[in-house]
Design a protein around this ligand. Sequence first.
Ligand code: CU
Length: 174
Amino acid sequence: MKSFSRILALTTLTALVSTSVRAEDVKAGDLVITQAWTRATPNGAKIGGGYLTIENKGTTPDRLVSGSGDVAGKIEVHEMSMDNGVMKMRALDKGLTIEPGKTVKLAPGGYHLMMFDLKNPLKQGDKVPVTLEFEKAGKVSVSLDVQAVGAQAPGGSDHSGHGDHSGHMDMKKM
Ligand SMILES: [Cu+2]
């Protein structure tokens, strides 16, 4: 009886947590923006990455050209890629194209928003309002859910598949 109610309580808690970390979908013209998030910054860090998923439900391409917000002095659209085994980052001067019918994901290790000159440290659990600027859809307000320092995906442990090496370490121990 006791353990049963404990399981119930746990289940309820898990449900609460997973709904609270789910970012709201934002619609702007033909674009649907989901899972906008960022990471908490250790004190003193002046830069941060912003991540989100953009789906283009229209019939013409659009382009994410820049971002802005009170949180940072400057926000750029960046691409991170491997070049001869070295991670390199560059600003996409012409923006990031979202082809019609396609979904583009900004995520750690790939495309991202780069926030420079952060005004305050980003704290886990906060929501950071940012304005995105698209060539066609225009200015779109989103809010980035702040996840833990070093998080690899929105919602943390719910999506631990990518870039998480703890599983491999467990294998070795066995
Ligand atoms: Cu960057």
